[in-house]
Design a binder for this molecule. Structure first.
Ligand code: NAP
Ligand code: G4F
Length: 371
């Protein structure tokens, strides 16, 4: 049985990749960092099928011990500070973790198990201020954020370890990929979550930044298969993974609101605080090499992705309300009850309360006490 080690196993991609590798018959090991409260929500359903180990990309000795303990055949380095805006507010940490962390992992492999195959989660953000369209493996990089710069470093150090030490290292240059498990701060999930809340009447407005930015958005479940395929080849190489179609944030918003029968123009407002110091205005990938060599193609298209995410957010908000036992929440500072008990709820800012229907269709409110 092959052994895979995944860093960033608790993230969006880590959870889909774990599921995929389990289906392929792998023994799956995941690296998690120590936190005062762990967030395993994305892997809760498979937690008993994978082995979790504590280590950190900032700590060399923990990585070497991890590789020594697990003796992986394949290492998927997905852990990163992956939210682009945060890389301007924490540029040093981003470089250390998202950039230098790749070298630490490669060093652990080189010193402890040089035969392990290595996948580096590189990013279309490396193309940044794009030099041509669509972007492929030959397109020059011009990153526009500390995140993008760190990923360029991670890409080239992977190439360098391949060329210097003969490590089987692949850099997957993945364009944006989304899913119902996407972090809530990324624009797609921020939109679909807001659409569901607006539809259910618990949110009034959606504040966004640059609606004209274009991205090549695919489905994360499709993209993790490409990661695996890269490590199944005779020779290591680098691949662009993308759908080849680009859409604007505005198109995403419009389709998402359409899904619930609403017009986005009534709800969306621009807040300049979501503009970036340097924007990546457009990205569109050419994945013809992945198709030719890996026989990889995406299954889920843009419309299906938007609908899938809106439907999932609607469902999970409704389900949470139906299954929640609000009477248990009083100790955590929430008041509970039916409409009649909360005559003023409509004047409370939306962010301070959740408002749903329970299983019998009865309206239930859980409201945070005012400070
Ligand atoms: P994600 O959901 O943000 O997951 C990031 C993972 O990294 C989480 O498991 C997180 O663990 C872990 N992590 C963050 N800081 C850490 C630290 N200091 N020590 C150890 N672990 C840490 O990201 P994703 O969307 O799955 O993306 C996976 C990888 O692909 C990332 O490297 C990202 O940069 C790259 N990528 C993503 C896309 C995309 O569109 N999704 C496109 C191209 C490349 P916690 O749970 O502890 O926070
Ligand atoms: O969803 P985003 O935050 O993703 P971004 O910056 O493209 O980065 C993601 O994809 C990369 C691959 O290219 C990954 F490497 C990276 O880890 C991450 O997964 O923003 C997408 C676009 C941007 O142009 C942004 O300016 O949406 C625009 N946008 C407009 N309003 C917004 C908002 N982005 C966010 N997060 N929030 C907004 O309110």
């Amino acid at each position: 049985m092959k052994k895979a080690l995944i860093t960033g196993v608790t993230g969006q991609d880590g959870s889909y990749l774990s599921e995929f590798l389990l289906e392929q018959g792998y023994e799956v090991h995941g690296m998690v960092r120590r936190c005062s409260s762990q967030n395993f929500s994305r892997i809760e359903h498979i937690k008993d099928k994978i082995a979790l180990h504590q280590a950190d990309l900032l700590d060399q000795s923990s990585l070497e011990a991890l590789v020594r303990d697990v003796q992986p055949d394949e290492v998927y380095n997905l852990a990163a500070m992956s939210f682009v805006p945060a890389s301007w507010t924490q540029p040093i940490m981003t470089s250390d973790f998202t950039g230098l962390g790749v070298t630490r992992m490669l060093e652990a492999i080189r010193l402890v198990k040089p035969s392990a195959k290595f996948y580096q989660a590189s990013s279309s953000e490396m193309f940044g201020k794009v030099k041509s369209e669509p972007q492929n493996e030959q397109t020059p990089f011009h990153p526009r954020s500390p995140y993008g710069v760190s990923k360029v470093y991670g890409h080239f150090i992977t190439v360098n370890y391949r060329e210097s030490y003969n490590i089987y290292g692949c850099s997957g240059i993945l364009f944006n990929h989304e899913s119902p498990r996407r972090g809530i701060e990324f624009v797609t999930r921020k939109i679909t979550d807001a659409v569901a809340r607006i539809k259910l009447g618990v949110q009034d407005k959606l504040f966004l930044g640059n609606l004209d930015a274009c991205r090549d958005w695919g489905f994360a479940g499709d993209y993790v298969k490409a990661m695996w395929l890269m490590l199944q080849q005779d020779q290591p190489d680098d691949f662009v993974v993308a759908t080849g179609k680009k859409h604007s944030v505005r198109e995403f918003v419009s389709l998402a609101f359409d899904r619930v029968g609403l017009n986005y123009e009534k709800y969306v407002e621009i807040d300049p605080k979501f503009y970036r110091p340097a924007e990546v205005c457009t990205l569109c990938g050419d994945a013809s090499k992945a198709k030719r060599v890996l026989n990889w193609e995406p299954d889920v298209d843009f419309n299906q992705l938007v609908n899938m995410m809106v439907d999932a957010d609607l469902q999970s908000l409704q389900l949470n309300a139906e299954t929640a036992d609000y009477s248990q929440n009083t100790q955590t500072g929430w008041e509970c009850g039916d409409d009649a008990n909360f005559v003023v709820y409509a004047t409370i800012p939306a962010r301070l309360f959740n408002y749903f229907k329970n299983a019998s269709g009865h309206r239930v409110i859980a409201r945070r006490r005012r400070a």
